[in-house]
Design a protein around this ligand. Structure first.
Ligand code: PEP
Ligand code: MN
Length: 338
């Protein structure tokens, strides 16, 4: 429920209404604006109706929050949320690029790939130490030693690091080393993990499940916000469709659709979205053009030798080309790169 107070309502009226909401076991949201105070109330709609706030002398209107994802919705938070990952901020008018190899393989591989990402203008590093692989015989990541390498390289280059946490059992270890926690596509509806990262006190990069509808994606983010963490970046990474020419179908419809309905920043992963190196640059440019807040791109010092996702990883020179070609597109839509 959204309760809009009259412009002349005194601060005590807001405090009293917030108390009534929490007193009846509902979750109050205080949203002071420049002209009037808006109050949100989350919980059982029947209890909300019993409060009869529309009769309150300082209340102008009471209307339901229509979206099922209440905290993620722009209805309860009209302005863009800025998510801070180390010294990087995503959201608003900046356009940020997170880049790095699919997985941490060796210190040298990680460092060389990261230097290429940084030199071309990436704002943060990505790489997995825990890898969700379709086959148990694939490279499943180095775990804790991979986290250490990623942190060392990030610190040396002065870049924040984003890495995947696959299991609540690993959460403390990943939190010790990462600036942001990535929840992978396969775990988008791992509700125990979503609740745990809601409480972990670190920003979250939530990837869309490969078979998730947009509403399910936003409801997955709602779990994290409901846990008390609004520092969530949504990442569109493509979905499964009948099309087999590409690894996934990159759903760029989702970008303006979500931006209109949610205050959370949305980035695009054209690497997993296409699975094909030669498609990464064009789809990255398209993502910038349709209003994304940034990109997550796989870059490897030597993609043919990569232990995972080499076919979709850019060579360092290609990543430089991408960054050069992004700038005019980003500026054409009224944003700044980096
Ligand atoms: C990744 O980012 O390397 C990854 C495994 O992504 P996704 O969860 O989107 O498949
Ligand atoms: Mn990958």
């Amino acid at each position: 429920m959204i309760i809009v107070l009259k412009p002349e309502a005194p601060p005590e009226a807001a405090a009293q209404i917030l108390d009534r909401i929490s007193g009846s076991g509902l979750t109050p949201l205080h949203m002071p604006g420049t002209e009037r105070v808006v109050i949100g109330a989350l919980g059982d709609e029947r209890i909300l109706a019993e409060l009869q706030l529309d009769g309150h002398p300082h209340v102008e209107s009471v209307k339901p929050i229509l979206a099922p994802y209440k905290l993620v919705s722009r209805e309860t938070h009209p302005h863009d949320t800025i998510v801070r990952i180390g010294k990087m901020a995503i959201g608003g008018t900046a356009f940020k690029v997170i880049a790095g190899p699919c997985a941490v393989e060796t210190h040298e591989q990680m460092r060389n790939s990261a230097v290429a990402a940084k030199e071309a203008g990436a704002s943060a590093l990505r790489a997995g130490a825990y890898k969700p692989r379709t086959s148990p015989y694939g490279f499943n990541g180095h775990g804790p030693s991979g986290l250490k390498i990623l942190r060392e390289v990030g610190d040396e280059l002065g870049l924040p690091v984003v890495t995947e946490v696959m299991d609540t059992a690993d959460l403390d270890a990943v939190c010790e080393y990462a600036d942001a926690l990535q929840i992978g596509a396969r775990n988008m509806q791992n509700f125990a993990l979503l609740r745990a990262v809601g409480k972990a006190g670190k920003p979250v990069v939530l990837k869309r499940g490969m078979n998730a509808r947009i509403e399910e994606f936003l409801l997955a983010a709602e779990y994290v916000l409901a846990g008390g963490n609004d520092q969530v970046v949504l990442c569109e990474r493509g979905i499964r469709t009948f099309e087999t020419a590409t690894r996934n179908t990159l759903d760029l419809n989702a970008i303006p659709y979500i931006k209109q309905r949610s205050h959370l920043p949305v980035i695009v992963d054209p690497s997993h979205g296409t699975g094909i190196r030669d498609l990464v640059i064009p789809m990255a440019l398209a993502a910038a053009a349709c209003g994304a807040d940034g990109l997550m791109v796989e870059v490897h010092e030597n993609p043919p030798a990569a232990l995972s996702d080499g076919a979709q990883s850019l060579f360092p020179g290609e990543f430089g080309t991408l960054m050069g070609r992004l700038r005019p597109v980003v500026e054409a839509v009224g944003r700044q790169l980096g």
